[in-house]
Ligand binder design. Structure first.
Ligand SMILES: Cc1cc2nc3c(=O)[nH]c(=O)nc-3n(C[C@H](O)[C@H](O)[C@H](O)COP(=O)(O)OP(=O)(O)OC[C@H]3O[C@@H](n4cnc5c(N)ncnc54)[C@H](O)[C@@H]3O)c2cc1C
Length: 339
């Protein structure tokens, strides 16, 4: 059975079959709604069902509270329509011409950038263009059908290769392979690009870029794209890590100040810094200290769920950041139910 979905605001209209999710149907029809993990875990695709009925598949409780469910909110990546729907989304737009593709790639370099961070560079097949927006991610397809998400760290301008920043997860199926068994020239398969975590190009308000650990990867893509396109927007990057080693591309980030007018870099360590040269504390608290009023800013935050939750809560709650101006890519992990 097929239903009609429309969005407010934005007036996107698209059909959806009862066995596909609202997000899948929107993307298939060329509409880009906000989304992240596609796994019911990050909450980026949260939207209010204004009219109609859905079946909400399996999701993580932390991504959608009982109060939000009662207030009519749903996660579109796991919501299947059971009638025509009108949904309220934060924003919607056309997908553009970046088709999702499955491609192989050959590992070119594995560089240990920190104790628990590997920078993996891989070559794409010649003559197979892979286009994406800065800030998007790919899914690595594992041999057993499972998938693991990683943000693209290179800008879209560097064609022919991809760069991933991979943090070792203790006991992790894929990340352990990256650190222990994968070798240069091995082949990986991936699907992408996915995600809506990109700098809004029609926006001119100053933006805070907030990265925790390997949350730096999509931010790197975004800033290098801004440099390549000569963007004029005021951008301040706050990059947080536990120790100095965790700021594994610190000098690169600092060098962007000379390449992008209006760009500033603020490193922040959560462990005490013996030299006293670097700010310490929680990275989002540093943003709050420097910007007590964020009412005329946008924030793009990327990293672990706890950091994103705290930043969302405090920047909206205490610094007057409009809720719709907080964009996040949450590094949740695969539930493996989507394998
Ligand atoms: C959109 C998106 C983009 C991402 N981009 C990046 C990126 O650029 N760089 C990066 O390093 N990571 C990124 N991640 C997180 C990354 O996908 C996971 O860390 C990865 O899937 C772990 O795979 P694994 O097979 O090693 O671990 P698994 O075998 O899946 O997990 C092993 C154990 O560790 C737990 N676990 C897994 N991952 C995490 C985690 N991140 N934090 C805490 N516990 C965990 C699991 O619950 C399980 O108990 C991203 C996630 C999403 C959703």
């Amino acid at each position: 059975m097929q239903f009609q979905i429309s969005t407010l605001p934005g007036n996107a209209r698209f059909p959806a079959n009862e066995d596909e999710t609202v997000l899948e149907a929107a993307l298939a029809a060329g509409w880009l709604l906000p989304y992240g993990c596609r796994d019911g875990a990050c909450g980026s695709c949260k939207a209010r069902i204004v009219q109609g009925r859905i079946e909400q598949g399996q999701i993580s409780e932390s991504a959608l509270s009982d109060e939000e469910r009662t207030a009519g909110y749903a996660l579109l990546c796991r919501a299947r329509p059971r009638s025509d729907l009108v949904i309220e989304v934060r924003n919607s737009g056309r997908v553009g011409d970046f088709p999702v593709r499955k491609l192989p790639c050959r590992i070119q370099e594995l560089r240990r950038a920190a104790d628990d961070v590997m920078i993996l560079t891989a070559r794409l097949p010649a003559g197979e263009p892979f286009r994406f927006r800065a800030g998007q991610y790919i899914d690595i397809l594992l041999a057993d059908g499972r998938r693991r998400s990683f943000s693209l760290a290179n800008p879209p301008e560097s064609t022919g290769q991809i760069e991933l920043h991979i943090r070792l997860v203790p006991g992790g199926q894929f990340t352990r392979q990256v650190f222990e068994t994968l070798k240069v020239r091995d082949i990986l398969r991936f699907e992408g690009p996915f995600g809506s975590f990109s700098l809004r190009e029609d926006e001119h308000r100053p933006a805070i870029l907030l990265a925790g650990g390997t949350g730096f990867a999509p931010i790197k893509s975004i800033v290098e794209h801004a440099i390549a396109t000569g963007a004029q927007r005021k951008l301040v990057l706050y990059w947080g890590a536990r120790t100095l080693g965790g700021l594994y591309m610190d000098s690169l980030a600092a060098s962007w100040e000379g390449q992008l007018p209006g760009f500033r870099y603020v490193p922040v360590l959560s462990d005490p810094d013996a030299s006293g040269a670097i700010r310490t504390g929680l990275v989002h608290k540093a943003v709050m200290a420097d910007h007590p009023d964020l009412s005329a800013h946008e924030v793009y935050a990327c990293g672990a769920p706890a950091m994103i939750d705290a930043a969302r809560r405090d920047l909206i709650g205490h610094c007057a950041l409009p809720a719709e101006s907080f964009y996040a890519d949450v590094f949740t992990f695969a539930s493996d139910s989507s394998a």
